[in-house]
Design a protein around this ligand. Structure first.
Ligand SMILES: NC(=O)c1ccc[n+]([C@@H]2O[C@H](COP(=O)([O-])OP(=O)(O)OC[C@H]3O[C@@H](n4cnc5c(N)ncnc54)[C@H](O)[C@@H]3O)[C@@H](O)[C@H]2O)c1
Length: 286
């Protein structure tokens, strides 16, 4: 979209981190912005903060795992701001576990938010965007949607799927000569609240692995959080890239060149029929 003007933008997972920064950036351009999120008190704070800056923003409670909740959110958005032309399907939760130790509840939760959230969002908003004949959809995947690393299997599985959905939709819309753009956001590490995602896990999907950290794991976690606070990208930098990609209708949005080597060696192992690149290059140097 060349001009965003007074159109409506919707961002799921908009109360925090990358989603909140995208919402702020788009509202600064003069857009009407809807932040949809499951965490109501944080959402209310975020909306108040942006309104305090004179931006046109509303918050809507929504659980992206639940189609009924997404449809209800769409009705509220339509009534208040009109159908969104920009939809950022960004809500997500982080979860680390080996494949052997992940429980069915773990899988259900991560797939529910990270994958069904995107599917429910597309099913609900794509028809109206197609009817308007103009718009842009951003799907938040991850660098973990391109490379797999131990202990990130369930998360990675959802992000590989989001990459596939985004690529396919892009090609289908190009085939139809559609004016509707698609971008696939693939961040590396970003300094957000993703690392405390368990706060949003529903009670019926709690699992033992979510709370029982050993002392060693707690120390590792502390070192990891220290690394994040001084090395990870700021959400505002990612939001700037997303804003640019929407204006330029650019598909891929990567945030870190350093992760692209892992992607290249994966692709060359596929093309050459080689063993997977192993040992996997560490994502961070602790
Ligand atoms: N932070 C990173 O390093 C990083 C890296 C790659 C990809 N990502 C992706 O970026 C996206 C945004 O995450 P973030 O890093 O800003 O984390 P964050 O925790 O700061 O924001 C995620 C938001 O999603 C919301 N959410 C969680 N479950 C939800 C549900 N069921 N329904 C609606 N909203 C829900 C949370 O309340 C939160 O506001 C996610 O898809 C994540 O996987 C993050």
């Amino acid at each position: 979209m060349k001009e965003l003007n007074k159109e409506t933008a919707l961002i799921t997972g908009g109360a925090s981190g990358i989603g909140l920064s995208i919402g702020k950036r788009l509202a600064e351009t003069g857009m009407k912005v809807v932040l949809a999120d499951i965490e109501v008190p944080v959402l209310e704070e975020a909306v108040a903060e942006l309104k305090g800056l004179g931006l046109e923003v509303m918050g809507v409670h929504c659980d992206v795992r639940d189609m009924g909740s997404v449809e209800e959110m769409k009705n509220q958005v339509e009534e208040a701001f009109g159908n969104p032309k920009i939809v950022c399907l960004n809500a997500g939760v982080g979860f680390g576990s080996s494949i052997s130790e992940a429980t069915i509840s773990d899988w259900e939760w991560v797939i529910g938010v990270n994958l069904w959230g995107v599917i429910n969002g597309l099913h609900t908003f794509l028809p109206a965007i197609k009817e308007m004949g103009e718009g842009h959809i951003v799907m938040t995947a991850s660098i973990a949607g391109h490379v797999s690393v131990p202990n990130l299997g369930p998360y990675s599985a959802t992000k590989f799927a989001v990459v596939a959905i985004a690529e396919t939709l892009r090609k289908e819309l190009l085939t139809e000569n559609s004016e509707i753009g698609v971008s696939c956001l693939c961040p590396g590490f970003v300094s957000t609240n993703i690392f405390t995602s368990e706060r949003n896990r529903p009670e019926n999907l709690l699992s033992k692995s979510s709370s029982d950290l050993t002392d060693e794991e707690l120390l590792q976690r502390e070192a990891f959080m220290e690394w994040i606070s001084s090395n990870a990208k700021e959400p505002s930098e990612v939001a700037e890239l997303v804003h640019r990609a929407i204006l330029d209708n650019r598909f891929w949005i990567f945030t870190d060149d350093q992760h692209l080597d892992g992607l290249k060696s994966r692709h060359s192992s596929i093309v050459n029929g080689d063993e997977l690149p192993w040992p996997a290059p560490p994502l961070i140097d602790l």
